[in-house]
Design a protein. Structure first.
Length: 114
């Protein structure tokens, strides 16, 4: 019985360890798409045009070419990491997003522009 308990403890630790270590190892496009789905879609929507909730917060329409032209990648990244003058906008670090994915997230946002 004792053996069984310690075995369980070890495997639980191992699984947790993997769970925490994995994201830093595998920064693949799939992971970033998943981050977008899990974290960004709530406000920006699956098509980047903004959900009802997002529009109330004041999200831009990522599918609008005029919007895309109005921002450089650097400006987007600055907003994403530091926030904007819009008090509804939460910097992504505060949402628990791993900022090593910043460039890939900008690419996703650019992708909505066609
Ligand atoms: C709680 C709602 C919410 C969530 C979740 C959210 N955003 Fe936003 N986002 C906003 C709002 C509101 C704005 C508009 C800010 C402004 O215009 O000042 C915005 C603006 C942006 C912009 C444009 C910044 C600019 O300078 O034009 C980018 C890029 C962006 N979000 C990316 C993301 C990404 C990537 C995620 C997920 C990791 C995300 N957002 C999650 C609400 C959200």
């Amino acid at each position: 019985m004792k053996k069984l308990i310690s075995y369980c403890t070890i495997s639980a630790t191992a699984i947790f360890g993997l769970y925490f270590i994995q994201p830093s190892f595998t920064a693949t496009a799939n992971d970033v798409n998943q981050i977008y789905k899990d974290t960004c879609e709530l406000c920006h929507g699956p098509d980047g045009k903004g959900t009802e909730a997002g529009k109330q917060f004041g999200v831009p329409n990522f599918a609008d070419p005029d919007y895309q032209r109005s921002r450089t990648d650097e400006q987007m990244k600055e907003s994403m990491t530091k926030g904007t003058k819009n008090p509804n906008y939460v910097p992504l670090g505060d949402l628990g997003v791993d900022l090593s994915h910043l460039d890939a997230l900008v690419q996703i946002v650019r992708g909505f522009g066609g």
